[in-house]
Design a protein around this ligand. Structure first.
Ligand SMILES: [Zn+2]
Length: 139
């Protein structure tokens, strides 16, 4: 990758060429990986989680917590403007979808007020397949 890529303007074909079919389904079609199978569900390794589609830094391991919901869970994003949150009324529910602000790819959903013992009581419920862990880069 020598030239900067304009991730906001990649075509569907360009995305399909960059991602595996499973990654494409979740990141570009707002799919959800099954609970408990994602590679980062219970990971406690220190590092920074990046967007698997574009590499943007999204979450830190220090803000990951054990929600036991079956997906990696964070109580806050690394920086608020690294993600986009928007209402999602699919599947007969009103949820808040979380997307990468740099490339618009689907990451997961955020849920509030569930009673988790975290500083925010927010649960950013993120698909493992939407993330890549950069180990040991945490400041
Ligand atoms: Zn991205």
């Amino acid at each position: 990758m020598n030239e900067p890529i304009d991730f906001k303007n990649l075509s569907e074909d360009q995305w399909r060429a960059r991602l595996t079919p499973q990654e494409f389904h979740v990141l570009r079609e707002a799919g959800t990986e099954p609970p408990g199978v994602g590679e980062y569900t219970d990971t406690t390794t220190e590092g920074v989680y990046r967007c698997r589609a574009c590499g943007q830094e999204l979450f830190r391991s220090s803000e990951k917590f054990a929600s036991h919901c079956g997906w990696p869970s964070f109580f806050t994003p690394l920086a608020g403007d690294n993600v986009i949150e928007r209402e999602d009324t699919s599947h007969g529910m009103v949820r808040t979808e979380v997307l990468c602000a740099n490339c618009g790819s689907h990451l997961g959903h955020v849920f509030a007020g569930e009673g988790y013992d975290t500083p925010t009581d927010l649960r950013y419920c993120i698909n493992s397949i939407s993330l890549t862990l950069d180990e040991g880069e945490e400041a």
